[in-house]
Design a protein around this ligand. Sequence first.
Ligand code: ADP
Length: 446
Amino acid sequence: MFEKILIANRGEIALRIQRACREMGIKTVAVHSTADENAMHVRLADEAVCIGPPAAKESYLNAHAILSAATITDSDAIHPGYGFLSENEKFASMVEEHGFTFIGPSPEHIRVMGDKITAKQTAAEAGIPVVPGSEGDVSNVDEAKKVAKDIGYPVLIKATAGGGGKGMKLARDENELESAIKMARSEAEKSFGNPDVYMEKYLERPRHIEIQVLSDNHGNVVHLGERDCSLQRRHQKLLEEAPSPALNEEQRQTIGATVCDAMRRINYRSVGTIEFLYENGEFFFIEMNTRLQVEHPVTEAVCGIDLVREMIRVASGAPLGFTQDDIRFSGHAIECRINAENPETFAPCPGKIGEYHAPGGLGVRVDSALYSGYSVPPHYDSMISKLIVHGNNRNECLMRLRRALAEYVIEGLQTTIPVHQNLMNSPDFVNGDYDIHWLEKFVGIK
Ligand code: ADP
């Protein structure tokens, strides 16, 4: 087992990983920008190294600085968390070349799944159902028209290097196709430095349901059920739950087994998430995330398995300590993402925290790096806390979540807590009756 792990991230996820390390008796190294000198992940780590100025490009995305920090602290392994360098094939390779262990999948798997066209092809070849669409890039408008006719309008143009919903444009008919391709290409070029786009059938009322997998270096693969992440604004998730109100046990086991077979076929190692759109009883693959996800705690809550601990164990070469049959799903869990944002416009509003009081009690977990007097810097993501609540069933979970949201005090800046409170009183949400477009209608598209 590793003796010391460098955590190449910040905020709540850096703390989350530190907690797993501490429980395993592993020492931790925090890295931080000058803007994060007083951050909780720095204060709680065994050692901390400043890796650059506030801009992420010069600090949390600076592979050389991070590797130097790992060298001078004599770390054994690097955990990338999510975002930043977590899905950067080059970084994963560099980590290994410098003699450290990358706590995640192989660089090759990151590469294959990082390019969405290749990911879709790989998934389809491994037996996973995919959204009907073009086989590859559709920069040629005439060819795109042919494909669109085949699959039927509306179609969605998506960036092959995509992420965060960027470079995605809808074409309802042939007249809209050319400009959708042009706009998607220019946005993709701007955001990812790669203008390639592909086409998919646009599903009108799907849910976003994703399957969590975990596998080791010894051919063992398990799934940990699904998360329903349909509540999105501008393709950004705001609330996630497990299990999905839309699936029954048989559907869960069937899609889980399909995904496990595919992961076995491609020899995948570590945690991973296969994202699907789900409509009329059918699953359609959209992408795979080769990393730990923001919403992993809802899975932990219903399975009682510490995903970060397992990720570290399998990276060290240990086999999974359990089989699919050992995994029991219990009750219901919901995660609310709490962002430092205006609850009406969703504009980021960083600032200094005044009074801070986190909710507690049975079944309540708060993953956050906030504390009273902390200044949320303007340079990074606006998510400042995750409130995760577990109950014996969905109704109990909702009652507890209402209670926990009412207890949560974050003074000094605006947050999305009121949005979650409104959601808890919406009959559609309470009935589990929503799709990926529902939230934008509920909050009014802002
Ligand atoms: P990104 O990596 O940019 O987040 P994804 O492929 O994961 O892109 O899609 C993000 C979201 O966009 C999905 O959760 C869904 O809400 C929407 N979306 C993606 N593909 C389709 C599609 N074919 N039809 C309808 N909505 C889609």
